[in-house]
Structures are given as C-alpha cells and as structure tokens.
Design a binder for this molecule. Structure first.
Ligand code: ADP
Ligand code: MG
Length: 336
C-alpha cells in the first residue's frame, strides 16, 4: 500500500533532519500564518563566546582559595584599597562555578572561557536557575548570582534596557555595573552581571554568531505566511535590535520572561492567528506549548524544549523550517 501523504511527509522531513512528532503536527505546519522566533540559539548559532570581562573596582576581597588564604591575606568581608582585587581569573572562576550546572548557552560560554584561560573553578552547591533570568549558587561560602542586568519594572516588552535598575543601587559598585552593562549592550553584546552576596563584582560581555541561513529563512517565512516574523527574546533590547536588523525583522520584543513570550503568542492567537514558535531554551518551553505549532532547534536545544516542541530540527538548520511548511502544504493537498 502507498503511505498516506502526511506519514510520507513525516518520513521525508526525517530524511531532511526534522523530527515531526505526529501527523496532526505535519498537517498543522502548512496552516501557520505567523511566526515567532527566539534569538539566542535560534537566530544565532547558540555557541556564544565571552568577549569582554569587566572587573569592577572596589569589588571586595580576593577570591579565597588555597593560594590566597595564607597569613596576611584579608579575611572575608574586608576590602582592600586601590582598584580591582578580584581579578579577571577570580571573576571567571566565580561565574563559571555558579554556571557549571546550567545548560544555558550563556552558561556554557562562561564555563568554556574559564577552561580556555586555565582558571581553576571551585565547587558550587545550592545551584538554582530561573529561566530567562540567570543562576545562583553557593561558592566558597558566598552567594554568587549570574544573570541579566535587572530589568525596569513594568512590562517587559519594548523597554529601553537597564537604565533604572536595582543593580544601580545595590552596592557601591552598582552604578559601575549598570554603566558597564549598558556599554556592552550598545556594542551588541549580551551583558551578564556577576553578584557576590548581592554586590556586583563584574560584568561579562557575551556574543554569538548569527546563523548563516537566518536572513534567508526570515525572508522565506515572510513569503510563505504573508506576515513578517516577530522576534521574542529574553535578551536586552539593544542586542535584540542589532540581530533583528541583520535578519530583516522589524517587530522586536526584548527583555521577555518565559510568561511574556506566552502572552505574546496568546495575544496573536486570540486574534485568530496560527502561530509557529521556534525556540531552543527552557525559557521557550511555555511558548512552544502555547503555540499552534512549536519547533525546537536540536543542537543547542534544552531537553525541555525538545520534549515540549511538536517538531525538532535535529539537523539544526533554520532553512529546514520554510521547507517543512512547503512539505506540509503539498501533503495537505493530497489529503482529501
Ligand atoms: P533568549 O530568549 O534570547 O534565548 P533567555 O530568555 O534564555 O534568552 O535569557 C534571557 C537573559 O537572561 C539572557 O540574555 C541573560 O541575560 C539571562 N540569563 C538566562 N540564563 C542565564 C544564565 N544561565 N546565566 C546568565 N544569564 C542568564
Ligand atoms: Mg534561546
């Protein structure tokens, strides 16, 4: 017997490196009329690198450890006068220790940077992560937090970075942290702030390469659905705007928490839209679930995103997505 068209299409998609989880999904893909894309790991490759390490002056005592714990060293909580004392290696060590249990692409970048610079990374306990925000852990008896510069309160969408944030007033290093983060963001970096016991000790700049097929995919999806895709990202508005401009997206919503991504999808669907969400992270999982169809990028994709999505782009090429829509439409024409 010949295979039913939708099953045959699933097999074809599989040969092209896309896992479509059911015939219902295969059928829905061709009816999508709006697309929402995540940035980090979706429009970008998902292997970001640490490009900048900003140590904040007056950052407190040196990282205690076997080498620095000798007599004459200042104890915890004391400060030394005269500039940065944590040091680049110390800062990377603290950040990498806190991030070691995270599967987020930014976390992997920080751990890789510490490894490449030969930094000894201490053990961490009490690891906790908040999707779309960052991580905390206990390292050498101190609470280390690594994450987004605090966002302005109120609605997350279309805000203008971290001008009025808690970070500015957290501690003496607060204003310096906000300034460093804003400077990095102006240069298209994702800025993450490292806090020790609530006080900023440094800011890391992280950047990721655009996928080579991102712009073509945006163009093809626009042609197929008749609507330009929207960018939904937890990252800062400046980095988001830069990426959006490079791929030809004009509708950008930045600084979104996972629930904000869901709200954006629901809003569109309440108006009758059939939204395809393409994402990779734990932070995208709720939006993938809320979407008419949810697609996860396979390589950088978190387990939760892969499980929640209706289809997984295993081969990890964004260009497979418009091809999938076309495949679905052909199959649907054969189903009567
Ligand atoms: P996107 O939507 O672009 O994929 P996310 O929602 O995953 O981004 O993350 C949003 C922001 O939250 C990041 O830009 C970063 O500032 C912060 N963040 C999330 N997870 C981490 C982490 N593990 N370490 C540091 N910062 C993080
Ligand atoms: Mg992502």
């Amino acid at each position: 017997a010949t295979m039913p068209p939708l099953l045959s299409a699933i097999a074809t998609a599989g040969r092209h490196g896309v896992l479509v989880k059911s015939a219902v999904v295969m059928e829905r893909l061709g009816r999508v009329d709006a697309v929402a894309l995540d940035k980090t790991g979706t429009l970008t490759e998902g292997t970001p690198r640490v490009t900048d390490v900003v140590e904040l002056p007056g950052a407190g005592p040196a990282l205690s450890g076997p080498k620095s714990a000798g007599p004459g060293n200042t104890g915890p909580g004391s400060t030394r006068s005269g500039g940065p004392v944590l040091g680049r290696a110390g800062l990377l060590a603290l950040a990498a220790a806190a991030e070691r249990s995270s599967e987020h692409p930014l976390a992997r970048a920080i751990v890789a940077a510490a490894r490449e610079e030969g930094v000894a990374v201490p053990e961490a306990t009490d690891f906790a992560s908040t999707p779309g925000e960052g991580v905390t852990a206990t390292v050498l008896g101190r609470t280390i937090a690594v994450g987004a510069p605090p966002r302005p309160t109120g609605t997350a969408a279309q805000t203008t970075a971290s001008e009025t944030t808690a970070v500015q007033t957290t501690a003496s290093g607060g204003t310096a942290a906000a300034d460093a983060a804003a400077d990095l963001e102006r240069r298209g970096r994702t800025a993450v702030v490292v806090l020790r016991d609530g006080a900023p000790v440094g800011v890391l700049g992280i950047a990721d390469r655009l996928r080579p097929d991102a712009a073509a995919t945006v163009r093809d999806l626009t042609a197929l659905t008749g609507a330009a895709p929207v960018l939904l990202t937890g990252d800062n508005p400046r980095a988001a705007a830069l990426v959006a401009a490079e791929v030809g997206i004009t509708d950008v919503r930045a600084g979104l928490l996972p629930r904000d991504k869901v709200a954006a999808v629901r809003e569109r669907q309440a108006a009758g839209g059939k939204v395809m969400v393409i994402g990779d992270g734990v932070n995208d999982a709720p939006a993938l679930a809320a979407a008419f169809t949810g697609l996860a990028m396979g390589r950088a994709g978190s387990d939760l995103a892969l499980e929640t999505a209706d289809a997984v782009v295993v081969r990890d090429e964004l260009a497979a997505v418009p091809a999938l829509v076309t495949l679905s439409r052909r199959a649907r024409r054969l189903v009567v």
